[in-house]
Design a protein around this ligand. Structure first.
Ligand SMILES: [Zn+2]
Length: 199
């Protein structure tokens, strides 16, 4: 009959030996094992992802703790890796990078924000119309300098309402700054002043 106590004793006694055998087997057959894993991965991918998702939902605390442990142990690696990752994304997918910045910027600002808006929403809008809605300038994605007038930015048309879909305009940074620094009356005054000189 199966005796768990006895088995456990046996296991502890032979643990080192078993681990050593397994390690040796892995080292000797590394290429074979890796190849097999690569073959099997796509086959079980959906199933694995589903299982992981369920696990994350069922054990949020365990997942959080293990993530924290991992972050603590690999802090340096994570910092370096994420810097490198951001640098790469900035170059290879500047639009996606910008749009993700929009979302984090909006969240930090703490104003009213339609939760159904995600970075994909901005991506689609800018792809459909890559020109400033205000001055018609073509958007640029220049990251050499910190800011460029033609970089796209998100504007609350009426700043009191917040980031709601029909209150969001995509304008260049220059227009956005001009608009946020001045009231409509100030802009009207400037226009009146220019007209006075017939320009
Ligand atoms: Zn503009």
């Amino acid at each position: 009959m199966y005796n768990s106590k006895k088995y456990r004793k046996y296991y502890i006694k032979n643990r080192e030996r078993k681990l050593r055998i397994r390690r040796e087997y892995y080292q000797n057959n590394r290429d074979k094992i890796r190849k097999r894993a690569k073959e099997l991965y796509p086959k079980h991918r959906d199933q694995n992802l589903k299982y992981l998702k369920r696990y994350r939902i069922e054990h949020p605390r365990k997942v959080r703790e293990s993530r924290r442990r991992y972050a603590k142990k690999n802090r340096q690696y994570i910092i370096e890796h994420s810097h490198k990752y951001i640098k790469e994304i900035k170059k290879s997918k500047p639009l996606q990078y910008r749009c993700r910045l929009f979302i984090s910027g909006i969240r930090q600002r703490g104003v009213k924000f339609d939760k159904t808006i995600d970075s994909k929403y901005f991506e689609d809008r800018i792809t459909a119309n890559p020109y400033c809605e205000c001055c018609g300038k073509k958007f640029k994605f220049n990251f050499e300098r910190r800011m460029d007038w033609a970089i796209p930015s998100v504007d609350r048309v009426d700043p009191r309402i917040g980031y709601i879909k029909n209150n969001i305009g995509i304008v260049c940074w220059g227009c956005n700054m001009t608009k946020s620094w001045s009231t409509p009356q100030q802009i009207r005054n400037i226009l009146k002043y220019i007209k006075k000189y017939g320009k």
